[in-house]
Design a protein around this ligand. Structure first.
Ligand code: HEM
Length: 144
């Protein structure tokens, strides 16, 4: 059971991080079009449709990481400093990402200037740096 939960835990985190990586390429691909007044209206619809699909996957994977992590902590690994910090980092990641989207991404209107469009890079920087912190803690924090 422990192995099965760990298997699901790692699959959920991999899908979540993978979806963020794929979105980075979609956003980069659409940049010349969403910063171009002649094209933006058509591609804004495309971006919105993509985000709708991506969010559906990320919501399931995100909740899957939490559920499997809590079950692993509760029934196998125990509630140690290591698991408590992981849980805390998870909510920091959730808070930082949703706050950034509400403050910088949702207000974006297309076509926007290339400078405004750079806000998307900030979102990926926040997301990947927190994944990095969680993974460093996961692999190197356990023996502290
Ligand atoms: C971005 C979030 C997360 C990532 C990337 C992540 C990643 C991982 C990875 C890669 C492992 C396997 C480590 C190994 O092979 O030794 C693991 C194990 C574990 N994770 Fe997470 N995790 C995340 C969130 C959480 C959360 C929120 C909890 C809840 C408390 C949690 C609890 C655990 C536990 C208890 C284990 C150890 C399982 C065992 O020893 O059998 N994780 N995690």
């Amino acid at each position: 059971m422990r192995q099965f939960l760990l298997f699901l835990h790692v699959i959920c985190f991999a899908l979540w991080m993978g979806a963020v990586a794929a979105s980075m390429f979609v956003i980069r691909t659409l940049e010349p079009r969403l910063t171009n007044p002649d094209r933006a209206s058509m591609d804004e619809e495309l971006l919105k449709t993509y985000i709708r699909h991506e969010v559906k996957l990320v919501d399931v994977a995100f909740l899957g990481v939490l559920l499997t992590g809590v079950l692993l902590a509760q029934f196998f690994a125990g509630w140690t400093l290591w698991t408590a910090v992981k849980l805390a980092l998870y909510f920091v990641q959730f808070g930082a990402t949703t706050l950034y989207i509400a403050k910088f991404i949702r207000p974006l209107k297309y076509p926007c200037s290339p400078n405004e469009y750079k806000r998307w890079q900030g979102l990926f920087a926040v997301s990947f740096s927190l994944f990095f912190v969680v993974l460093v803690w996961t692999y190197f924090g356990r023996d502290l």
